[in-house]
Design a protein around this ligand. Sequence first.
Ligand code: ZN
Length: 164
Amino acid sequence: MAEETAVKDELVVSLEYTLRVEGEVIDATDASQGEAIQFIQGGKTIIPGLERELYGMTIGESKQVTVSPGDAYGEVDPGAFITLGKSDIPDTIPLEAGTELELRDQSGERLLGRIAEITGDQVRLDFNHPLAGKTLEFEVKVVALRPATPEELAHGHVHGPGGH
Ligand code: ZN
């Protein structure tokens, strides 16, 4: 089989990355430990705005990729805020901006949110993804490429050396 040297669909990509938001590192692989994420290119398992920029990258190549909110976790949805009275919040939850809390909607679905703001007796809760509205700054390096196996393509994910 021909050696795969550039990123294209149906290849398993091993990628080192650092993710910064507003200049702060919020996630990174540990390159000193040989750590990398693996995914099938074109499988839409990573953020679309990042996947798109990887096409054609070669093994060993590094790149800075800026992903706007629309291509990442979406814009902030004004409909994802709710306001409750302080007395509606359980005593165990500290009433300060940034505190995370979990509510259940009418169908029993768990919603993870956080306190956005406290004004007088009112508490404004934000149920947007924490990275909604944020521009993501990735620094990526392709460390390996190989063709995905037919089984991996059928499953839509990468298999480890020992199978699943
Ligand atoms: Zn599988």
